[in-house]
Design a protein around this ligand. Structure first.
Ligand code: AG3
Length: 285
């Protein structure tokens, strides 16, 4: 046994695999929606895997969670009411609770087991899920937003991928339209927008952009370097009813004095500058 090697492998394409050596499996459970695994690794610390797809690692989750949260918050640091879709690991909520201005965080996660597992095994991300401002609804995000009107300043869509499980419905035109209606006039929607590099993901991200652009007057993309996601190059969508992510960047954010490890104001301005091949993909979308 001492010679047995355990590796986690994600297929980034039919011809590309990404592997991380596993120190030990921690837990593996199945909900009515998906399979959930937690594994300890040497390089990336503990990681969360859903239906075989890597959702986060302790070592690089700060990049994803800071970028999906602080970019919109720096544009509107007055945000009071936030809706978070998915995000059962709690990473987005952890970043949001750092803002005193936020009064309410509604989190809609379809799978209670993800939250239970993360509360038990991933305190690094789940640590703020018990904050009194946080209300967790275990239901389908698409149905939840459909009932809401003019209620939120910010919606963060932290979904799984569009190619498996419950995440699929969070990449539809209907869902983005409902998000638009659920937002107030100064509302912003940010979503995880997949990887532009490999063709299959690129097609999903083109389609998502096409839908978002047809619903929101402002629809931009920004990027971050996330070592454990496909190609290491990840996109986020910034959509709003009017606020521009750079022109309306609010200098107040700096005075809040939040300590971040990835996000900063220079990077905020820079991350919206996209490589030419990505711009072309978006123009063609
Ligand atoms: N949200 C999903 C990111 C997609 C990762 N995709 C992949 N590895 N194929 C991450 C959850 C973090 N809160």
């Amino acid at each position: 046994m001492e010679f047995m090697e355990l590796w986690y492998t994600e297929e980034h394409t039919d011809y590309v695999r990404f592997s991380i050596k596993v120190e030990k499996p921690v837990i593996s459970v199945k909900s009515e929606f998906q399979r959930i695994d937690v594994l300890d690794t040497y390089e990336f610390g503990r990681m969360l895997v859903v239906d075989g797809w890597l959702m986060l690692t302790e070592k690089d989750e700060f990049i994803y969670h800071e970028m999906i949260t602080h970019v919109p918050m720096a544009v509107n640091p007055e945000v009071r009411d936030v809706l978070v879709i998915g995000a059962g690991d709690g990473g987005v909520v952890r970043e949001l609770t750092r803002y005193d201005s936020i009064e309410r965080i509604d989190m809609v996660e379809i799978d209670k087991l993800v939250v239970d597992v993360c509360k038990e095994y991933l305190p690094q991300t789940s640590c703020k899920l018990d904050d009194p401002r946080v209300h967790i609804y275990y239901e389908d995000g698409i149905k939840f937003v459909a009932r809401k009107n003019n209620e939120y300043d910010l919606i963060i869509v932290d979904s799984t991928d569009p190619f498996f499980g419950p995440g699929e419905s969070l990449f539809t035109k209907e869902f983005y339209g409902n998000c638009f209606n659920a937002l107030k006039d100064s509302g912003i929607m940010v979503n995880q927008h997949e990887c532009p590099y490999y063709q299959d993901e690129a097609e999903y991200m083109q389609r998502a952009h096409k839908y978002i652009k047809s619903v929101f007057p402002v629809a931009k993309l920004y990027q971050a370097h996330i070592p454990t996601y496909a190609s290491g190059h990840w996109l986020f969508g910034f959509a709003s009813k009017g606020l521009d992510p750079i022109a309306d960047l609010n200098p107040k954010w700096e005075s809040l004095g939040l300590k971040t490890r990835y996000y900063n104001t220079e990077l905020h301005k820079g991350c919206f500058a996209l490589p030419n091949y990505v711009k072309e993909l978006l123009e063609k979308a």
